[in-house]
Design a protein around this ligand. Structure first.
Ligand SMILES: Nc1nc2c(ncn2[C@@H]2O[C@H](COP(=O)(O)OP(=O)(O)OP(=O)(O)O)[C@@H](O)[C@H]2O)c(=O)[nH]1
Ligand SMILES: [Mg+2]
Ligand SMILES: [Zn+2]
Length: 291
């Protein structure tokens, strides 16, 4: 039988078949030998053995796979941030966006906790991100904006990703009527989340498609990329690539840089350029230590 891995806990994988039945499965030993880690989102072939246990026999080739969060075969990442509590970090937003560009998948930027959003912050985020990615403002408290979000993900394989405590599980429960993802209060002292969601889990969307809930995370490994690649992961920079005085311009301090000129004219926002520079410096530093 074919199915999709919708959850994995303590060595068991839960595979949902086309009929909507979920089987608790073990993975065949061969996967370990071949270094294949069954991942939530995988399409699999399973077999129910005589003793009633089920096993995963085959994992079909993946469209894509992420290590953090550990998910596969997604069409769209919904990057969820809170208007406040926890405070949104633009450099973290940009790192998530770069991750989606690197993997060639669509991103939606979703700002939750509308009740905590100031007019000033709304304007800032809109100015920076609405020309680049679909941007939605929602409320896990009142449900405002969730119809718009639903339209963006319906029929697709979409995954929530973002820091702990921003309201991913709360939104998922709003979007999917009978979902019961666990949610948790944020810490009163630090105003951060408490890592309530511990495992990735897939919930079917009523209008078709799947929605993944994932554990919150904020820190990133340094991007596996060479220096020249990063500029391509900032889509607004692409029109300027090749227009600088030097062919190998990295757009940091080089004279005659078309990207920096675009930052000066306002065609590229300072905020995004700052994220680019910080990420590039990290990559340069990391690659230096490689040799
Ligand atoms: N003020 C406000 N609080 C919200 C809103 N949406 C969700 N919350 C609260 O935010 C807290 C964290 O919500 P969760 O859904 O558990 O957050 P999460 O992103 O799933 O967190 P992790 O599972 O730890 O990654 C809960 O106390 C929610 O009630 C909102 O629109 N406004
Ligand atoms: Mg959660
Ligand atoms: Zn340049």
């Amino acid at each position: 039988m074919k199915g999709r891995i919708v959850k994995g806990i303590a060595g068991f994988y839960y595979v949902r078949t086309a009929q909507g039945i979920v089987y608790q499965c073990k993975a065949r030993g061969i996967f370990k030998k071949e270094g294949i880690v069954p991942t939530v989102g995988d399409e699999a072939d399973i077999e129910v053995l005589e003793d009633g246990d089920a096993v995963i026999n085959t994992i079909f080739p993946r469209k894509n796979i992420f290590i953090r969060p550990p998910i596969s075969n997604v069409d769209c990442l919904v990057l969820v941030f809170a208007a406040a509590q926890p405070e949104p970090s633009r450099s973290t937003i940009d790192r998530f966006l770069v991750m989606t560009e690197k993997n060639h998948i669509n991103a939606v930027l979703c700002i939750n906790k509308l009740d905590l959003l100031t007019e000033e912050r709304r304007k800032k985020l809109t100015d920076i991100y609405s020309p680049l990615y679909p941007l939605v403002f929602v409320s896990g408290k009142t449900g405002e904006g969730t119809d718009e979000l639903r339209k963006l993900i319906e029929g697709r394989s979409a995954a929530f990703a973002g820091p702990s405590g921003v309201g991913k599980s709360t939104l998922l429960n709003l979007l999917i009527e009978d979902a019961t993802a666990q949610t948790g209060e944020i810490s009163r002292k630090t105003l951060r989340g408490r890592n309530t969601t511990r495992h990735v889990e897939i919930f079917p969307l009523e209008g078709g498609g799947d929605l993944f809930d994932t554990p919150g995370f904020t820190s990133f490994d340094v991007l596996e990329a060479d220096e020249a690649e990063l500029q391509h992961l900032y889509p607004e920079m692409i029109p300027y690539i090749g227009k600088c005085r030097y062919d190998n311009c990295r757009h940091l301090r080089e004279p005659g840089c078309a990207v920096r000129e675009a930052v000066r004219s306002g065609a590229i926002t300072k905020s995004r350029y700052t994220s680019y520079c910080a990420q590039l410096e990290e990559i340069i530093e990391k690659n230096k230590n490689k040799y």
